[in-house]
Design a protein around this ligand. Structure first.
Ligand code: SAH
Ligand code: SF4
Ligand code: F3S
Length: 460
């Protein structure tokens, strides 16, 4: 049953019927935020809303925000500024700010942008449809930030829409983070780790498979912490073993992994289970021991290296990607160069690279030895140049090899090309019939690029 809309901005002139109200979600931030946005979308759809093609047509706009660095926060405020005109010309329309920055800034958002109707913290996504209804019936504005929250927020099974599921779907398995790396806002805005029970996850995966999904990516700030907070203490490696035999599940991916929590059980699961793809994202952050200690990462450069050697030894064809941060307070030129030497030795397949950004309330923010912005940016550029060089060299070594590609569909650049992903998560582009979307194909990699490979399909 659809909930009848209470206030609508317009009437459907042709039929006299009230059209479904429309929502539009803008997502900033990580894949967990993307997953939370889809959860909100399916809850709203169930409550009688429809997704708008553009923000202009929307009766409700939700900004799902990120707080991990300053820049995404600035972007939210500038977007809120731009939406002032939309709000003025649609007086009944609603504007909501959800997610990590909503959690961090709370009331301050309404002070700086009084046209915001709803501020929704990270443990409230599952209530979006109710809150929107409340505001529409005159109860305004609403700010929901409780972290004690309703634990079912984190544990609830997905809000299953009836629509077809994507070929490659994301499934949150653990929310929050209990690590408190000294620079990071995530534990403050997402709260402590809360795992979903294995049964919930299996149910959601099966439901996605029934609706067309063939690849799932298990999501969490640290998926390797999975299960520690649950009574039966299930493990992440155990979860992989539970999911692997499910029919129609072709590929399992997961992200992201804290190096300290890599176990021999994980490595064995990756080596043995056919559905588990040969890729691990293992953020290193820094490559020098004192920096790693000050960051409170819980491993040394030598320990990280040892984990990489074990992984590469047991999982042939493994792609290793990482996150690296430069310009942490106190980082000397020597420490930075030592880190670069380690990255050169490790040879990551790809890296997300960031300049340190002080976050309010974190341990690192209180340090007096902040690195000048200019130096941070220069180091970032040197790191990017090095990594690009390494990525190209590693991809170059893949030319001539065969790969299994899951075909997403037509490539964004057109030209009759299709795009897909190899098992190691690298992008592959090749000529082919769009009807191949959704299938597994064997290709020969013919040309290496920074973004992945050009290839030719193998005939027969
Ligand atoms: N849970 C993940 C990281 C999530 S945040 C992990 O620990 O691996 C994604 C990335 O943002 C981090 O890996 C880190 O490289 C970067 N990051 C986090 N806080 C930051 C800050 N204050 N400034 C700059 N980059 C930051
Ligand atoms: Fe942040 Fe560290 Fe947790 Fe990652 S593990 S989310 S970097 S506190
Ligand atoms: Fe950003 Fe929150 Fe993700 S701070 S990186 S959106 S967990």
């Amino acid at each position: 049953m659809k909930t009848p809309p209470r206030q609508l901005a317009h009437n459907d002139a042709a039929t006299g019927a009230m059209p479904d109200p429309q929502f539009f979600i803008m997502t900033f931030g990580c894949q967990m935020n993307e997953a939370d946005s889809s959860l909100m979308a399916s809850l709203l759809e169930r409550a009688g809303w429809r997704e708008a093609d553009s923000s202009d047509a929307a009766d409700l706009i939700i900004l799902n925000t990120c707080s991990v660095r300053e820049r995404p926060e600035h972007k939210v405020y500038s977007t809120l500024g731009e939406l002032r005109a939309w709000k003025l010309s649609n007086p009944h329309a609603l504007l909501a700010v959800a997610g990590c920055m909503a959690q961090r800034a709370g009331e301050e958002i309404r002070r700086r942008a009084p046209h915001v109707d709803i501020v929704l913290g990270t443990r409230w996504f599952h209530r979006i449809h109710e809150l929107v209804d409340r505001v529409r019936s005159g109860d305004r504005p609403i700010v929901c930030l409780g972290m004690e929250g309703d634990p079912s927020t984190a544990r609830r099974p997905d809000a299953l829409g009836v629509a077809a599921a994507p070929l490659r779907a994301f499934v949150p398995i653990i929310r929050g983070c209990s690590n408190f790396c000294s620079y990071c806002i995530v534990p403050f805005v997402r709260g402590p780790e809360v795992s979903r029970p294995p049964d919930d996850i299996v149910r959601e995966v099966k439901s996605l498979l029934q609706r067309g999904t063939r690849e799932v990516t298990l999501l969490g700030q640290n998926v390797l912490a999975y299960g520690r907070d649950l009574a039966d203490k299930p493990t992440f490696a155990g979860l992989l073993r539970t999911l692997d035999p499910i029919p129609d599940l072709w590929r399992i991916r997961f992200t992201t992994c804290h190096p300290r929590d890599v176990t021999s059980h994980l490595i064995s699961a990756m080596a043995e289970l056919p559905t588990v793809c040969e890729h691990i994202h293992l953020p290193i952050q820094a490559g020098e021991d004192k920096l790693l200690e000050d960051m409170r990462r819980g491993y040394t450069a030598a320990e990280y290296l040892a984990i990489v050697e074990q992984l590469r030894g047991r999982v042939p064809g493994l792609a290793l990607t990482t996150d690296i941060m430069v310009g942490f307070p106190g980082e000397t030129e020597e420490q930075f160069e030592e880190s670069l030497r380690l990255y050169t030795r490790i040879e990551f397949d790809a890296a997300f690279t960031f300049a340190y950004s002080p976050r309010p309330g974190t341990e690192a923010e209180k340090r007096p030895d902040e690195i000048p912005r200019q130096t941070r940016l220069e180091r970032l550029q040197r790191l990017i140049d090095l990594q690009n060089h390494i990525t190209i060299a590693r991809n170059g070594r893949g030319v001539g090899e065969e790969a299994e590609v899951l075909v997403d569909g037509p490539a964004a650049r057109g030209d009759g090309l299709l795009a897909g992903r190899a098992r190691n998560n690298k992008q592959v582009i090749f000529p082919g019939d769009p009807a191949l979307a959704g299938s597994l194909l064997r290709v020969t990699l013919t040309e290496a690029h920074l973004w992945g490979f050009r290839s030719d399909p193998l005939s027969g």
